[in-house]
Design a protein around this ligand. Structure first.
Ligand code: NAD
Length: 231
């Protein structure tokens, strides 16, 4: 397994955890996925260590925290948020899919899982550039799926509100962010990391071999069911 993050400490911690829990061979690579040269270096290291990459998970993202409307955003904000969330996934697909598509696995030679967000399905006024980036990921996913069929599957996941590093792993910070936006969850609890990772495991497995170009919403019903009052 190749693990990537820009945060060296977190990368080391996750590498240790994966090695001790699963005994897998892990190649940690510190790289900024919004920079083409760093992505290409990562591809070289990955394919010189392993003879194939079957699943590419584009999960890096962020820049959601400062709630400012679209007209108040700076050009710097625009570039930073689009680069981390959207350009990164395009760069990673460009670098890795050319090598993954000709792999000899049957019936599918490789799978891509892109992390989108419900903000890309129902844009949020308070996180406008992030919403635009995540909507772009859903479009990128469909374009890649068409380009890489029939050999590869490409799908995205759109999480809702989950306790992660995005909210400093704090239940309270997440609840506060939801309150500011008037969000209620019909399934009456906060999202977890596992809610999302279970769907990623499904998309990485043969159980999903006939699914491509889809965006799977994992949000406890927030955007579809709407405002059932809970939490
Ligand atoms: N937590 C949620 O509720 C939620 C909701 C919708 C979507 N998402 C998406 O889920 C994905 C994972 O986020 P998370 O919630 O686990 O937050 P997180 O902050 O815990 O994880 C994001 C990781 O991306 C890394 N990263 C950021 N920029 C990078 C770069 N340029 N290069 C390499 N690594 C970089 C960070 O260091 C961090 O480890 C993101 O794409 C996020 O937008 C999260």
């Amino acid at each position: 397994m190749v693990l990537n993050d820009i945060n060296e400490e977190g990368l080391e911690e996750t590498t240790k955890m994966v090695k001790s829990k699963f005994g897998s061979e892990v190649l940690p690579i510190k790289a900024d996925v919004s920079i083409g040269d760093e992505v290409n270096q990562m591809r070289k290291k990955a394919f010189s260590t392993f003879d194939n990459i079957f699943v590419l998970v584009n999960n890096a993202g962020g820049g959601v925290s400062s709630f400012k409307n679209i007209l108040a955003r700076t050009e710097e904000d625009w570039h930073k948020i689009l680069d981390i969330n959207l350009k990164s996934q395009w760069l990673m697909a460009k670098a890795f899919c050319r090598k993954m598509k000709p792999q000899k696995f049957e019936p599918i030679s490789g799978k891509v899982i892109n992390m989108a967000s419900i903000a890309g399905v129902r844009p949020e006024a308070q996180t406008p550039v992030y919403s635009i980036a995540k909507a772009g990921i859903i479009a990128l996913t469909k374009i890649l799926a068409a380009q890489l069929a029939p050999k590869m599957t490409v799908n995205s996941i759109a999480p809702g509100y989950h306790i992660t590093g995005l909210y400093n792993n704090s239940e309270q910070a997440l609840k506060d962010a939801m309150e500011v936006q008037g969000i209620k969850t019909p399934l009456n609890r906060l999202g977890t990391v596992e809610d999302v990772s279970k769907v990623a495991v499904f998309l990485a497995s043969p159980l999903s071999d006939f699914i491509t170009a889809q965006n799977i919403v994992v949000d406890g019903g927030v955007i579809t069911v709407g405002v059932a009052a809970h939490l």
